[in-house]
Design a protein around this ligand. Structure first.
Ligand SMILES: Nc1ncnc2c1ncn2[C@@H]1O[C@H](COP(=O)(O)OP(=O)(O)OP(=O)(O)O)[C@@H](O)[C@H]1O
Length: 261
């Protein structure tokens, strides 16, 4: 097996002549947490939607685990183990937290989406559902309606329903967006914990989160890769600093601690 689990080659998406993503070559190493960052409008979301198959590229290819998935549908790649965390809107607000996870497990195991199933049949998923809730720290919320969960906990539930698919690789879209400090710390710990034995790619705005989580980071700007490396390397890259500050690279001073001579 190759060390690279996900690879893009010249990935490009054009919207009516506008290149939102242009010739992007990303290599995600198996078993790592890989961050995709960049200033507003850099093309992160477009790139994420290409990787999760919600958009079809104008040109270029995507290879997952040795297979060309460029033309596959989201459900097909999910079956191969490449799963995107679902948006909060996919959480059933009127079902309890436990029922949401149970439903995700039921779907994963191939049972039909059948609301008429007996309580007895559904119970067979309970043990695993409780394990998953424990993994994401939601045990005490099991019987609460999902709609009543505080925001940060909803993201944790979303991660639990993604884990129910037992993905080899998880794609997370801004897992800490709109969260309080405390929730951010909790999600960082959670992503770290659930990434064991998997590969994770996340799009993230919060650089502190990226610093704490990611083994490797790809920085996008204006649809293209600006820099790549670990946090220390990309954060001291003058072009990255300039892109984030919106200033000219030549006007960015020497970082603290850097000495000449
Ligand atoms: N469906 C679309 N039609 C036309 N232009 C689009 C479309 N989707 C994105 N774009 C443009 O592509 C560029 C990249 O957008 P994208 O949302 O991928 O960036 P981003 O890095 O996720 O930005 P942000 O951090 O602000 O969410 C932007 O200029 C955006 O206006």
């Amino acid at each position: 097996m190759s060390d690279i689990i996900l690879q893009t080659e010249n990935l490009t998406k054009e919207f009516r002549g506008f290149l939102a993503v242009q010739d992007v070559n990303i290599n995600v190493q198996r078993g790592t947490i890989h961050g995709l960052i960049g200033p507003n409008g850099a093309g992160k979301t477009t790139c994420f939607n290409l990787l999760t198959k919600f958009l079809i590229p104008t040109r270029g290819s995507i290879t997952y685990d040795g297979r060309d998935i460029t033309r596959m549908k989201p459900a097909e790649v999910a079956r191969l183990g490449l799963v995107r965390s679902f948006q909060i809107s996919a959480v059933f607000a009127n079902l309890t937290v436990l029922e949401n996870v149970r439903m995700a497990l039921q779907r994963q195991r191939g049972a039909s989406f059948d609301f008429w199933r007996s309580e007895k049949v559904l119970r067979q998923y309970d043990d695993r559902a409780h394990e998953l809730l424990a993994d994401v720290g939601l045990t005490e919320y099991a019987d609460l309606r999902a709609g009543q969960l505080p925001y940060g906990r909803k993201r944790a539930l979303e991660i639990a329903t993604t884990l129910a698919m037992d993905p080899a690789m998880m794609l997370l879209d801004e897992p800490t967006a709109g969260m309080t400090h405390e929730d951010v710390d909790r999600i960082v710990t959670l992503v770290k914990r659930v990434s064991a034995g998997r590969t994770v790619l996340l799009v993230e705005h919060n650089l502190k989160v990226v610093e704490g989580l990611c083994d490797r980071i790809t920085v996008l700007a204006r649809g293209q890769i600006l820099a790549e490396g670990d946090y220390a390397a990309v954060s001291r890259n003058p072009e990255v600093q300039a892109a984030y500050l919106g200033t000219d690279p030549s006007s960015v001073g020497v970082p603290e601690g850097a000495h000449h001579g």
